[in-house]
Design a protein around this ligand. Structure first.
Ligand code: CMC
Length: 432
C-alpha cells in the first residue's frame, strides 16, 4: 500500500489509486488502471498535467525557477562545467572521471567526420533549403549509413550505445557546420583533431588555406550556450524522441523526430523568431510598443517571442544565465549590438505590463541566446540548428531510458472523438 492514495468517484463507483512521489517531492496519481477500472480516461490536452514517464535525467521546478541535471543545479554547471562534460553527465548520470572524460572525448573526435558518400546528399538540397529541414533529413539518414548501430532492436542497439551516442552528438555538430557552408556555397571543411567546440568553430569558419584563429572568449561562450541547452525535461522535442523511441525505433530515427519537433516557432524555432522580432523593431525605429500591443491580442502568431514558458511561472534560470552572459560576451569581444539594448528595453516594458505580469510571462532561454549566437558570427537561420546540437545529449539520455526500461510500453495516448457519429456511405453520384 502506498503512503498516500487518491480516491476517484465516478457515478457510483469509487476507485483508489496510489500516489507516487519523486525524489524532489513531486506527486502524481498513478492512474494507469483508470480506463480498465471505470471506462473513463483523463482529458489533458497538451499533456500539461500528465506524467508520461519516470525519469532520472533532469529535475525542473517551474514555479521556483529550478533546473538541475542529475541533481546538479544549472547555475553550477554553467559556471564550472563545459558542454562535453555536461553531455556526459546528462547521458550517463555522473560527472565523468578523467579517464571516462578522455574516452568520451576520443569517441567524439573519432566520429566527427561525415563519410564522402553521405556528403553527396547535400547535392540534392537547394542552396536556400531551410537548415532544420536539412538537419532532420541528415540525422534520419544516419540510420541508413550506420545500420549496425540502428537495428530497431533495443538489446542490440544498447550494446552499441556508447558509440551511437558519441557518433550522434559529434555528427549532428559537424552536419550543422556543413549545412551552414552549403547554404553559403562554401567548400566543406574536414574536422581536425580538436576539442568539440573548437572543431565546430574550425569547420564553420576556416577558409581554404586560412585556418580559423581561435578566440578563447568565443569558444567559452559557445561552450556555455550549448551547455545551457543540454536538456530540459519532457519538452516537446524530448517527449517526441521518447514517443518515437517507444515504438522500438533506433536512436538516430528517434533523434530525427526530435529535430523536427524542435523546429517549430513555439519551441526551438523561437530563437529565430526573437531575432527577427528584434531586427524588425530596430529597422522600423520602433521601441517595441507595437509588438507588445500586438502580443496582447491573444493570437498565437503575434506572441512576444522569447517570452513565456509552458512550465516556468516565475523565471527561466537559463534566461538569467544567458542574459547575464550576453553583455559579458559582447564586452569581451569588444562588440556592441543594438539588438541587445532593444531586448533589454522590451523586457523592462513587458515586465511592467499587467498582461505579462498577470500571466506570469517572463523571458525564456531563447530571448537572449540569439544575441550570443550573433556575436559568435552564426547567422540567424542557423540558431535552431545550434539549439539541436546543444539538445542532443538530452534527447539521447531520454531515448536510452526508454530503450532500457524492460517494463516500457509503446506511447499511445487516447482521445475524445468529436467527429461525425456513424453514418452510411453515399455513392459518388448521389452526393451534394
Ligand atoms: N506573448 C503573449 N502572450 C502569451 C505568450 C507570449 N509569448 N505566451 C503565452 N501567452 C499568453 C497565452 O496566450 C495565454 O493567454 P490567455 O490566458 O489570455 O489565453 C496565457 O499567456 C497563458 O499561456 P500559457 O498557457 O502559459 O502558454 P502555453 O503553455 O500554452 O505556451 C509557450 C508556452 C512557450 C508556447 C508560449 O509562452 C509561447 O508561445 N511563447 C513564445 C514562443 C517562445 O518563446 N517559445 C520558446 C519556449 S522556451 C524554449 C523551449 O524550451 O522550447
Amino acid at each position: 500500500m502506498a503512503a498516500k492514495n487518491a480516491l476517484i468517484k465516478i457515478d457510483d463507483k469509487e476507485v483508489t489509486y496510489p500516489v507516487m512521489t519523486g525524489t524532489e517531492g513531486e506527486q502524481a496519481i498513478d492512474a494507469r488502471n483508470l480506463r480498465k477500472d471505470t471506462g473513463y480516461i483523463f482529458y489533458d490536452q497538451g499533456y500539461g498535467n500528465t506524467g508520461s514517464c519516470e525519469s532520472q535525467v533532469t529535475f525542473l521546478d517551474g514555479d521556483n525557477g529550478i533546473l538541475r541535471h542529475r541533481g546538479y543545479p544549472i547555475e553550477q554547471l554553467a559556471a564550472q562545467s563545459e558542454f562535453v562534460e555536461t553531455a556526459y553527465l546528462v547521458i550517463y548520470g555522473e560527472l565523468p572521471t578523467a579517464s571516462q572524460r578522455q574516452k568520451f572525448g576520443d569517441l567524439l573526435r573519432d566520429n566527427a567526420h561525415i563519410e564522402p558518400q553521405m556528403q553527396r546528399l547535400f547535392e540534392g538540397f537547394p542552396k536556400d533549403a531551410p537548415p532544420m529541414g536539412m538537419l532532420s533529413s541528415l540525422v534520419g539518414a544516419l540510420a541508413a549509413y550506420y545500420p549496425a548501430l540502428a537495428t530497431n532492436n533495443f538489446e542490440k542497439d544498447l550494446q552499441n550505445f556508447d558509440l551511437a551516442a558519441a557518433l550522434a552528438i559529434s555528427k549532428i555538430r559537424t552536419l550543422g557546420t556543413l549545412i551552414y557552408r552549403h547554404s553559403r556555397g562554401l567548400p566543406f571543411m574536414h574536422p581536425k583533431d580538436l576539442p568539440f567546440c573548437e572543431n565546430f568553430l574550425h569547420m564553420m569558419f576556416s577558409e581554404p588555406y586560412k585556418d580559423y584563429v581561435e578566440i578563447p572568449e568565443v569558444t567559452k561562450a559557445l561552450n556555455l550556450i550549448l551547455l545551457m541547452h543540454a536538456d530540459h525535461e519532457q519538452n516537446c522535442s524530448t517527449s517526441t524522441v521518447r514517443m518515437v523511441g517507444s515504438s522500438g525505433a533506433n536512436l538516430f530515427t528517434s533523434l530525427a523526430a526530435g529535430v523536427n519537433a524542435l523546429s517549430g516557432p513555439l519551441h526551438g524555432g523561437a530563437n529565430v523568431a526573437v531575432m527577427q522580432m528584434l531586427q524588425s523593431i530596430h529597422d522600423e525605429g520602433d521601441d517595441g510598443t507595437r509588438f507588445i500591443a500586438a502580443a496582447k491580442g491573444g493570437s498565437k502568431s503575434n506572441r512576444l517571442m522569447g517570452f513565456g514558458h509552458a512550465v516556468y511561472r516565475n523565471f527561466d534560470p537559463r534566461a538569467r544565465v544567458i542574459g547575464e552572459a550576453c553583455g559579458l560576451v559582447l564586452k569581451k569581444l569588444g562588440k556592441s549590438d543594438p539588438l541587445l539594448d532593444i531586448a533589454h528595453n522590451l523586457e523592462q516594458a513587458a515586465l511592467k505590463d499587467d498582461y505579462f505580469i498577470s500571466r506570469k510571462l517572463y523571458p525564456n532561454v531563447d530571448f537572449y541566446s540569439g544575441i550570443i549566437f550573433r556575436a559568435l558570427g552564426i547567422p540567424t537561420n542557423m540558431f535552431t540548428v545550434m539549439f539541436a546540437i546543444g539538445r542532443s545529449p538530452g534527447w539521447i539520455a531520454n531515448w536510452r531510458e526508454v530503450a532500457s526500461n524492460p517494463k516500457g510500453r509503446i506511447y499511445r495516448p487516447r482521445q475524445i472523438y468529436v467527429g461525425p457519429a456513424k453514418r452510411d456511405y453515399v455513392p459518388a453520384g448521389k452526393r451534394g
